[in-house]
Write a protein that binds this ligand. Sequence first.
Ligand code: NAD
Ligand code: DAU
Length: 351
Amino acid sequence: MSKTILITGGAGFIGSHVVREFVLKYPSSHIINLDALTYAGNLENLKDIEDKPNYTFVKADITDAAKINSIFQEYQPDGIIHLAAESHVDRSITNPLEFVMTNVIGTVNLLNAAKDIWADNYEGKRFHHVSTDEVYGTLGETGLFTEETSYDPHSPYSASKASSDHFVRAYADTYGLPVVITNCSNNYGPNHFPEKLIPLCIHNIIHKKPLPIYGDGKFTRDWLFVIDHAKAIDLVFHKGNLGESYNVGGFNEWQNIDLVKELCKQMDEKLGRAVGESAQLITFVKDRPGHDLRYAIDASKINTELGYEPSVTFEQGLSKTIDWFLANQDWLDNVTSGDYQSYYKKQYIGS
Ligand code: NAD
Ligand code: DAU
């Protein structure tokens, strides 16, 4: 085996696509997926690659420093790709401390473990921290986030991710740790947990349930197909300049209301429903507190320096996503049973 690469959060939405990309593309590397399997982690996401000889799953919580240290001692990873996190803004509003524990303390535990096993010998080593565009705060109606935009987080989630980014940079500056950071916009695609806007609406359209739109629906996000994010991570992990950040996005802005209408249109066609039927499910609900108006990424740096281009258009990506959810309704039923029901009731029905 040429390299050992440890990926945290590999059972989650984006992490599972990153793990698959690395396991299949680098058969001579040993890929370790370290994940606590919270409500968002699901090994079903990796069924197709779980028997590959270069893949190992380790169940562990990144807030448990002793366990993380012993795993690092045992496997001696050359590279870390860190995705494990609490990732949902609405949950961060009801339970901020959990976000501090996983996203801040958990990240520092990983940085310490990497620093200890690499012991100042950083040749061929790399710590890639996967972050978000939400650290930059919100844009008005114009402008884009660049790598130079000041951090200005507004939710407990984005504050915890901003804090973790600062720790990663501090470990580079203080201890010389070889780090890279990616800050990506909103992802969508197969295996997306249905607490987030697109999969939640796909699930509700299938079951003819209300489609909850926060506020006036004019909030804007920049959407990227998840496999294109995984490809960007591969590129930056292998070719990004140490100590630098790379913004990742699709130059693909949508207001929430227009996006949900497009989703309704495509799903009516695929489900053989009457034109306009699903759009009747759209329901405006109370706004998210501290809701950021607009995110939009300037992805020129990763494009010009590393030659990155998304591989699908939004129309293609959305169509593939809907097809995946329609073909995998067992997956959707499994993740929306149990705890999801009580989360959904509290978030949308208020009890
Ligand atoms: P997700 O919530 O789907 O998955 C998170 C994974 O982390 C799960 O498998 C979960 O079990 C694991 N995890 C959570 N707490 C853990 C802990 N204490 N120890 C070990 N594992 C733990 O998240 P996602 O949407 O796939 O996001 C992955 C990463 O990418 C996050 O760091 C997120 O901030 C970042 N990101 C997400 C998006 C997006 O649109 N989803 C965009 C940009 C950046
Ligand atoms: O920008 C990157 C971020 O994108 C990631 O860092 C986060 O992990 C990820 O969850 C995502 O955050 P958002 O808050 O943008 O995603 P979410 O799907 O929760 O919401 C998208 C938009 O849709 C946002 O403006 C809020 C709105 N929304 C969301 C839900 C769940 C609704 O109008 N109704 C809803 O029910």
